[in-house]
Every structure is written in C-alpha cells, then in structure tokens.
Design a protein around this ligand. Structure first.
Ligand code: IPD
Ligand code: CA
Ligand code: CA
Length: 264
C-alpha cells in the first residue's frame, strides 16, 4: 500500500535522530578524511556511513522511492518523477572535521518535483528544523513564524567572503555594495544551516554562487513553508538536478536586493 506523507515524515525523523546519535558517537573516534574535487572539498568515513544508513533504510521501507545522495550511494537520477529523496549526509564537512559543530544533516523529499518534506538537523545542538508542505515548519516542537519583510539596512545577510573577492563566478563589485549597506554579514559554512536560519528568522537572507541539489533540497522546503523566497541569484526557480546559484530571503528583501544590487 502507498505510504502517507505522515508515515514518511515519521520514518524520516526517526532515521535523522538515529543518524545524529551515530554521528555524535564518532566524535570520540579518529576520522578518515579525504579530499574530493579539490583540496578543500572534504569527505570523511562518517559522511559515507551516514548516507549508506539513510539509503538502506529508505530502500527497505520505501522500495519505490528514489534517492539522490551526495556521496553517490543512491540512484542515478535523471528525472524527478515519483518520490525522490535528496540527501546530504553531512552539510558542512569542513566544520565537522575542524570544529565538530556547525554542520547538519539535510534532506528534502520531492514528489514529481514538488517539495513535500524538508529537514535540516543540527546534530550538535540537537535542533531539528522540519517542514511538511502545507503544514508549516518547526524547530523541534516550536512552530516557526511566517517571515516578515525587512529592508537591507536592517538585514543580516549570510554570504561567503569568496563572493566579494576575485572569483570565477561573479564580479566582486556586484555584491560588495550589498555587504556595505546591510546591517551585518555572517558566514557559517553550511548552506543547509544557513537556509534553516533564514527559515527561523536568525538570518534575513543567504546568497551563494554555486550549490548542488543536496545542499539546498531540505532548506528549500523549510524556507518556502514560512513564506521565504528561494531562487537563483537572478530570481529564477532552482533546478533540482543541477548546480545553481542560490538566493534565499525574506519577502520584500528579496525584491530589494534583486532590483538595487543584482540588476543594477
Ligand atoms: C558545502 C557547504 C558550504 C558551501 C559549499 C558546500 P559540504 O557542503 O554547504 O557551506 O559553501 O558549497 O559544498 O561539502 O560540506 O556537504
Ligand atoms: Ca553540502
Ligand atoms: Ca556533504
């Protein structure tokens, strides 16, 4: 029989909490750290074990669902048809390795391309940000309030310093004025947490020039559920099977940044 979204949500939360317990237990062990696409792109045995843990559980419980996982243990996804889980077992691996904090498990579950469930779990703080389409978003048991408009002059914007220095993706002079005009800027090193912080009102916007689907899938559902806006830097919808620039923001602020800073 087809499982309901309530049941899928129940299993997802259970697996996320269990994976979190396993990850916390590894803090006492020695990590195996390797590099992937470049010397700062890290992966550990814990990233791989955590992804395998989710995929084994999903395949056993929901054999008709598909999985796109960062570490490659999932399916070779070319279409968004049916139910697709998009998983980043550890978002913020550099923080995981260097700081043992400021990282998260991120999961988005989509049905025919529509975000149905979104989770970002801050493993160290034991904070689960979770959303179900049409049912609101929560931080642990607490409902998250709908996001209110704010202006740049009163906004805290999360942005990596890379994008205002010489880089391959954007002229530094585009975002530098925004950095000057904003009330403050932050950079946490975990896209999923930064999106969850926007959903929770701890940040007003998050801008980055290149993320993979697993970095933003969970946060996308969360932010949309509280009335936030998630697009690429040019105001277009994100493509779930590609890399995108990502611009997450409270309403009002999104239009102000697009009009005054990006399109100027
Ligand atoms: C990274 C983090 C980081 C972002 C990178 C991502 P990972 O994910 O989200 O904040 O700037 O682009 O790759 O590699 O730690 O899962
Ligand atoms: Ca990631
Ligand atoms: Ca990761």
């Amino acid at each position: 029989m087809q499982k309901t979204w309530e049941e899928i949500d129940h299993y997802a939360r259970q697996w996320i909490k269990e994976a979190g317990t396993r990850i916390r237990a590894t803090f006492a062990e020695k990590l195996t750290v390797e590099t992937k696409s470049h010397r700062n792109d890290l992966v550990t045995n814990v990233d791989r074990e955590t992804e395998r843990f989710f995929i084994e559980n999903i395949r056993k419980t929901f054999p008709h669902h598909h999985v796109l996982g960062e570490e490659g243990f999932g399916d070779n996804i070319t279409t968004l048809e049916g139910v697709v889980w998009i998983i980043d077992p550890i978002d913020g691996t550099m923080n995981f390795v260097h700081q043992q904090r400021n990282f998260a498990i991120s999961i988005g579950v989509f049905e025919n391309g529509v975000g149905m469930l979104g989770y970002v779990y801050d493993v160290v703080q034991d904070e689960l940000y979770a959303a179900r389409k049409g049912e609101g978003a929560f931080l642990n048991e607490k409902p998250l309030a709908p996001l209110e408009p704010v202006s740049v002059s009163e906004a805290i914007i999360s942005l990596n310093a890379t994008w205002v220095t010489e880089n391959k993706r954007i002229d530094p002079s585009v975002l530098a004025p925004l950095v000057k005009d904003a009330r403050g800027t932050r950079s946490y090193g975990s896209a999923a947490l930064e999106m969850a912080y926007v959903a929770a009102g701890r940040l007003d916007a998050y801008i980055t020039m290149r993320l993979s689907p697993w970095d933003f899938a969970g946060g996308l559902v969360l932010v949309q559920e509280v009335g936030g806006i998630v697009t690429n830097l040019y105001g277009e919808p994100l493509r779930l099977l590609e890399k995108n620039s990502v611009f997450v923001s409270k309403p009002g602020l999104h239009e102000e940044i697009l009009q005054k800073y990006i399109h100027s």
